[in-house]
Design a protein around this ligand. Structure first.
Ligand SMILES: Nc1ncnc2c1ncn2[C@@H]1O[C@H](COP(=O)(O)OP(=O)(O)OP(=O)(O)O)[C@@H](O)[C@H]1O
Ligand SMILES: [Mg+2]
Length: 225
């Protein structure tokens, strides 16, 4: 197992958080000290403790290492918009050095850091940089979450091509059923198996929000070894 993985998605809202929590729970059950990291989060609640993003809170809860909110999520923005827009609105600059320091701190406290991206692969953090530029800088192995729905084969392949063009490795991918019924599901999974690099880590079924504890059972952690 590497000491960090970056969880990328074919888009925003495809299940990066749901799948990351399933991986964190699977690691917990396997006795692996894995911690979640959401370096940049847009869409947060204003609380007495400061801005709190629901993805980061879920990752914090699912981690088998005790960490503070700020350790899990160094950049929280209020509005649920692209980080480069949110940061500009709040007169903040996203510094890669902050993201890297946060990652280093979490690595020191765990066996593995599971990093959830924001949006899709080429999400901008300012006018000239992308979150993917930081992933490249850190040379992180990538886990790709595919939200299985009409159009996902194109999104999955384009994302995989962009990740590989950045010189990074897709170690595994997850098919996440974001819809209660999906036409041609089996045919799409077979196509993804034939065309995506890396191994299939899981097929996550469609699952109501209050019944997701068992999703860890679907995760094949051996792919990450
Ligand atoms: N397997 C699933 N079954 C049912 N609903 C799901 C499933 N996976 C994701 N969802 C729902 O789809 C929505 C998006 O999921 P999630 O928040 O995990 O996506 P994301 O890729 O992390 O989004 P973001 O880009 O905002 O971080 C949520 O409402 C979530 O509850
Ligand atoms: Mg998320």
């Amino acid at each position: 197992m590497h000491n960090a993985y970056f969880v990328a998605g074919t888009d925003t809202d495809v299940g990066k958080t749901v799948c990351s929590c399933a991986i964190l729970h699977a690691a917990q059950q396997a006795g692996i000290a894995m911690v979640g990291y959401k370096p940049i989060a847009s869409g947060s609640d204003n609380t007495s403790q400061g801005l709190r993003n629901s993805d980061a809170l879920l990752l914090q809860q699912a981690s088998s290492v005790s960490v503070t909110y700020d350790e899990v999520n160094p950049y929280a923005f209020y509005r649920p918009v692209s980080p480069h827009i949110a940061a500009a609105e709040e007169h903040k600059t996203i510094e890669f050095s902050v993201l890297s320091q946060g990652l280093a701190d979490l690595k020191a406290k765990s066996e593995c850091v599971l990093i959830e991206g924001a949006g899709g692969w080429r999400v901008p953090v300012n006018n000239s940089d992308y979150l993917s530029s930081w992933v490249k800088q850190e040379q992180l192995p990538v886990i790709l979450v595919v939200g299985v729905k009409l159009g996902c084969l194109n999104h999955a392949l384009l994302t995989a091509e962009a990740i590989q063009a950045d010189g990074l490795t897709i170690v595994g991918w997850i098919a996440n059923q974001v819809q209660s019924t999906t036409d041609n599901y089996t045919v799409m999974i077979t196509w993804l198996e034939q065309h995506l690099p890396g191994k299939k880590i899981a097929e996550i079924p469609y699952c109501p929000i209050n019944k997701r504890d068992f999703l860890a059972d679907y995760i094949d952690l051996t792919v990450l070894n």
